[in-house]
Design a protein around this ligand. Structure first.
Ligand SMILES: C[S@@+](CC[C@H](N)C(=O)[O-])C[C@H]1O[C@@H](n2cnc3c(N)ncnc32)[C@H](O)[C@@H]1O
Length: 214
């Protein structure tokens, strides 16, 4: 008789599955707590889904050993996949403003530099044009225009001349004046801007911008 060991579930597997589900649930609750404390800053009630996280990280175009920056990592939905992709080569810095989310990130990710500061101050941590890829987890559509400009300018100053910027947008916010303003700035400063199809498996549904300078 052929015994298919691949489909066999070992007793420890279900325990590991339950532990992972509990950890994910606990992180979700911390994210909701961060949102309740500062709804306008956090900008969404839930962390991004695994589908949106994959769409974001699969959009990133960087070589092994690169300096990669994440703005607004929340509780680390993209960070976890980015670290797997980097596999210990290169430098990943993440700038997060919420105390609650920074606490979760620091417990979860040791190889990543978690910086408790606003994305406006990115230039303090990365040398000029030193980042090969900058990934945004920020809610640009609900951000005040002056703050949007300061973060956008800091991102441009830190991105390499041939670097890539990746950001997501929620579809319900696509026509907000602040989202249209953000899109205009992308088109002004990047020679190539693409948007992915909508990722429906996210609450709310979203899409990803992939932008190249050269
Ligand atoms: C919409 S949530 C997304 C979180 C995460 N990237 C995800 O997709 O699950 C935006 C995150 O950006 C953080 N944030 C907002 N303004 C920021 C700023 N100026 N600098 C750094 N982080 C900021 C919020 O605290 C929150 O964790």
């Amino acid at each position: 008789m052929i015994h298919d060991t691949k489909s066999e579930t070992l007793p420890g597997d279900s325990a590991i599955g339950v532990m992972r589900a509990l950890q994910t649930g606990a992180r979700g609750l911390r994210f909701v707590e961060a949102f309740i404390r500062e709804p306008l800053v956090v900008g969404s009630l839930w962390p991004s889904s695994s589908s949106l996280s994959r769409a974001v990280v699969d959009s990133c175009d960087f070589k092994p050993g690169a300096t990669v920056v994440e703005l607004g990592p929340g509780t680390g939905a993209f960070t976890e996949l980015l670290l797997k992709r980097m596999a210990g080569r290169g430098r990943l810095l993440a700038l997060e403003i919420s105390d609650t989310n920074v606490g979760v990130l620091r417990r979860r990710f040791r190889p990543c530099e978690i910086i408790h500061d606003s994305a406006e101050h990115l230039a303090r941590y990365v040398k000029r044009h030193g980042a090969a890829c900058i990934i945004s987890g920020l809610a640009w559509g609900t951000m005040a225009p002056a703050l949007q400009d300061r973060i956008f300018d800091a991102m441009l100053a830190s991105l390499a001349p041939d670097g890539q910027f990746v950001a997501f947008g929620y579809i319900h916010a696509k026509w907000f004046p602040t989202s249209r303003r953000f899109r205009r700035r992308l088109l002004e400063h990047f020679s190539h801007v693409e948007a992915t199809p909508i990722v429906w498996r996210n609450l709310p549904p979203a899409f990803v911008y992939r932008c190249w300078r050269a």
